[in-house]
Write a protein that binds this ligand. Structure first.
Ligand SMILES: Nc1ncnc2c1ncn2[C@@H]1O[C@H](COP(=O)(O)OP(=O)(O)O)[C@@H](O)[C@H]1O
Ligand SMILES: [Mg+2]
Length: 269
């Protein structure tokens, strides 16, 4: 009888432990911003830790804008509003490119779940003249971005690119201030962000000044690689704080149904 009782108790403890494992898994999952690019979510062990600021670095044509845009579109499917601040391309051009995606619903823009803003219009609104920004002006720039985040209840933000926006900062201290201030405010709001970093091909660094990669919680590196006469796009997660992720190099394909990522088969290089 005692043995049966102990077995029953033991059984309950095992059940309890199993339930706790499931609960921990669920809470881990809930602390993640699921990018919606399913192959990437697997590589990231569930997604980007919520509220983190990451860099998506790569040279021209490696798919930085495509990946960032897809991250925002999938957010709208999960009722997470997205904001894309464009510094390099006009928002008109970016929006017209969205039609390529089979999964894009244009109502997301009409309903303001997805917002595209030119950085130039924020500068204009703030009355910022051309040339280098002062520390005080940078503070106002962050404040203006956060006001939009609050007003539209933004949970995913993209700045394309941090490289272009920092052309007007021109020194490490100002970039550090901008990113730290922005990252703190976004994190407090549970808003996950991607800073696009433009780097030359085969660059050893992931950003122009180096401070961007030090401050970011994560780095996803996109690259071009020649193989058998083809130019392949590759993706590699270099760092992702709070995540046990793969650091392998993958092949990334841009398709109308979204980004597909497959392991890079060794050999034949
Ligand atoms: N869905 C897609 N299918 C095929 N090619 C695409 C798709 N989306 C973008 N591309 C192509 O991929 C290239 C790089 O995309 P982009 O994201 O703009 O790169 P980056 O921002 O790194 O310069 C572009 O030349 C574009 O035409
Ligand atoms: Mg781009």
């Amino acid at each position: 009888m005692v043995i049966i009782k102990e077995c029953f108790l033991f059984g309950n403890i095992v059940k309890y432990m199993e339930i706790m494992v499931v609960i921990n898994k669920i809470s881990d999952f809930m602390d993640r911003c699921v990018t919606g690019i399913s192959d990437l979510d697997v590589i990231l062990d569930g997604g980007i830790p919520k509220g983190n600021m990451i860099l998506v670095a790569g040279s021209v044509g490696t798919g930085k804008t495509t990946l960032s845009t897809e991250f925002l579109i999938h957010g709208t499917e999960k009722n997470e509003n997205g904001l894309f601040i464009s510094v390099t391309e006009t928002t008109k051009k970016l929006i017209s490119n969205l039609d390529h995606y089979e999964f894009f619903d244009s109502n997301a823009i009409k309903n303001q779940n997805l917002t595209f803003i030119d950085a130039a219009s924020i500068y204009e609104l703030l009355g910022l003249k051309k040339g280098d920004l002062t520390l005080e002006e940078i503070y106002f720039l962050v404040k203006a971005i956060i006001e939009i985040v609050d007003e539209k209840n933004i949970k995913r933000l993209v700045i394309d690119s941090i490289t272009s926006i920092s052309f007007r900062f021109r020194n490490e201290e100002k970039i550090r201030n901008f990113m730290l201030l922005l990252a703190k405010q976004l994190s407090e709001r549970g808003c996950t962000s991607i800073m696009v970093s433009e780097i030359p091909p085969n660059e050893k660094k992931y950003s122009s000044y180096g401070v961007e990669e030090a401050i970011s919680d994560g780095i996803i590196l996109l690259n071009n690689m020649e193989r058998g006469g083809d130019l392949l796009r590759t993706l590699q997660v270099v760092k992702m704080r709070g995540s046990s992720h793969s650091r392998a190099k993958y092949v990334m394909d841009l398709t109308p149904i979204g980004i597909l990522i497959v392991p890079l088969l060794r050999g034949g290089l």
